[in-house]
Design a binder for this molecule. Sequence first.
Ligand SMILES: Cc1cc2nc3c(=O)[nH]c(=O)nc-3n(C[C@H](O)[C@H](O)[C@H](O)COP(=O)(O)OP(=O)(O)OC[C@H]3O[C@@H](n4cnc5c(N)ncnc54)[C@H](O)[C@@H]3O)c2cc1C
Length: 140
Amino acid sequence: MIEPNYFDHEDDRRDLIAGVRDMREAVSQPASRAVVCKAILPGPSLQTETERASAVRSLSTTGYHPVGTCVIDVDGDFEAVLDSRLFVSGVDRLRAVDGSSLPDQVSGNVNALIVMMTEKAADMRWGHPPLLPDHPGETA
Ligand SMILES: Cc1cc2nc3c(=O)[nH]c(=O)nc-3n(C[C@H](O)[C@H](O)[C@H](O)COP(=O)(O)OP(=O)(O)OC[C@H]3O[C@@H](n4cnc5c(N)ncnc54)[C@H](O)[C@@H]3O)c2cc1C
């Protein structure tokens, strides 16, 4: 079970509140008038920092893409949870292969990436040669 502590850090609150302010500023510009009719959510009455903070807290949702709780030591120069072949440090013959083993958050959705990583891990497990980057259907 992951407790993500949303808004626990002041930077997260500050950035999202600033994002609401900047978005309202952008859509109030003359260039936006042709496509923007009115503010619906958060509503037009929202003016103060406190009101923006309250709106951010009540309206924000997660993208459901938690990743990266098991850091991979790609270069072998620091002690991490996983090595570059996804083996768990200090545990014999155990790999972690799921969202937790992604090194970082990607800008898009994660599911396809996790499926690709598990395919790669299965290949490593069975000793299959790496696929060619430009011809993914073929092996070297
Ligand atoms: C509501 C929602 C919508 C999403 N929409 C998208 C989307 O549109 N596109 C996208 O790319 N991603 C989406 N995601 C994210 C994506 O689904 C997940 O990031 C991805 O499925 C994570 O894969 P995983 O293998 O890490 O974990 P999971 O898919 O959660 O797999 C974990 C598996 O481990 C099993 N398990 C847990 N504990 C044990 C145990 N003790 N013993 C044995 N088995 C166990 C679970 O039953 C489960 O089958 C969404 C997620 C959510 C929650």
